[in-house]
Write a protein that binds this ligand. Structure first.
Ligand code: ADP
Ligand code: DP6
Ligand code: CO
Length: 336
């Protein structure tokens, strides 16, 4: 026992460890947990990691501390957010068999809790930095399982480009895997920001309400499986039209679960609807593009390299340059 403790102590990093993870946009959405404690989803999901939005997180385990010190974007976050990080660190400490407090400093290069997947980049970066700082040497699959415990969508941000989270049934078999390279590498995502503030209903609360009160939830589980198979085939074939149609449809099916919950709620605001209409208008005029929306009012427009300049210019006229960001497929988690 003592011997094992010494080994663990010896491999614990004395230096701070910094990791960067990018956010991902789900094309087939994860919306509902079968196991809320382990974060095992009802359905598999599929995402694209984005180059533009990311989180940098530095962790150091420090015996001179009496409690965990947590700073996000230069500030002490809410008690709820701190508790979420502490709970996650407990998992890391348990795996590394240590009981040492940590200091964590994290910077989001993405608006926090605005439906732009800050929890995905945040917990992928925290999983990578904390596990390494604790002396654990996890491979990408183990890292994906660990990140999942912080936020479901984070298990996908361990990897770059197109990623599938295979739902599995338990802690050991629920993790993400990168999809093979495809003909859709010229995909672009135009992120339209209509709101940078924090949402009223977190993703966690929103999906819980949907699972427990929407009468359509069983239909969602069924349809998601079919949507996922269709999207994978569109990606394999490099068929952008099918890719866009299925992504848009799956996003709307997810949002139907919020509208049909009791009490009913929505992440859309007036601008969200106006942008959806504008995307359809562009499409009817021959500029092919589709929309997808996560748990927030901001919209992501899916298009290709050949149309991205025209589409971003159109939206810049309506929303202003600062609210239109062009993202490309991005890389997996990395140590800085
Ligand atoms: P989002 O759409 O941004 O993913 P969520 O409701 O899923 O919104 O998650 C937002 C929550 O994730 C925040 O309230 C906070 O608890 C946590 N979070 C966001 N960024 C960080 C970070 N850099 N480090 C630790 N936790 C974070
Ligand atoms: C709409 O991963 O943020 O973005 O697991 O409770 O942290 P928790 O939820 P989170 O939910 C993401 C919901 C979504 C769809 C998706 O990313 O697949
Ligand atoms: Co999130």
């Amino acid at each position: 026992m003592n011997f094992q403790l010494e080994i663990t102590m010896a491999t614990l990093s004395n230096n701070p460890v910094t990791a960067r993870a990018h956010t991902n946009i789900a094309l087939i959405k994860y919306w509902g947990k079968k196991d809320e404690s382990l974060i095992i989803p009802y359905t598999s999901s599929l995402s694209l990691t984005l180059d533009h939005f990311y989180t940098d997180t530095t962790v150091r385990f420090d015996e001179s501390l009496s409690t965990d010190q947590i700073i996000i974007d230069g500030q002490i976050p809410s008690e709820k957010s701190r508790q979420r990080v502490r709970d996650f660190l407990e998992i890391v400490r348990g795996k590394a068999q240590i009981a040492i407090p940590a200091s964590i400093s994290s910077t989001n290069h993405v608006p926090t809790a605005a439906g732009l997947a800050s929890s995905a980049s945040a917990f992928a970066a925290l999983a990578a930095s904390a596990s390494k700082a604790a002396g654990l040497h996890l491979d990408a699959t183990e890292l994906s399982k660990l990140a999942r415990r912080g936020s479901g969508s984070a298990c996908r941000s361990v990897f770059g480009h197109f990623v599938e989270w295979q739902r599995g049934t338990n802690d050991a078999d629920s993790y993400a895997k990168p999809l093979p390279d495809t003909g859709l590498n010229d995909i672009r995502v135009v992120a339209l920001t209509v709101e940078r503030g924090q949402k009223a209903v977190s993703s966690r609360q929103g999906m819980h309400l949907s699972v427990t009160t929407s009468p359509y939830y069983p239909a969602w589980v069924k349809t998601c499986q079919a949507d996922l198979l269709q999207l994978k085939s569109a990606i394999e074939k490099g068929d952008f039209t099918r890719f866009g149609k299925i992504s848009e449809l799956n996003a709307m099916r997810m949002h139907a679960l919020t509208l049909s919950a009791d009490p009913s709620f929505t992440y859309f605001n007036g601008q969200t609807l106006a942008i959806m209409n504008l995307v359809k208008q562009l499409r009817h005029q021959g500029t092919e593009c589709y929309y997808t929306i996560d748990a927030g009012p901001n919209v992501k427009v899916l298009c290709q390299q050949s149309t991205v300049a025209k589409i971003s210019a159109t939206f810049a006229q309506v929303l202003g340059d600062q609210n239109v960001i062009i993202a490309k497929p991005g890389p997996g988690v990395q140590y800085l």
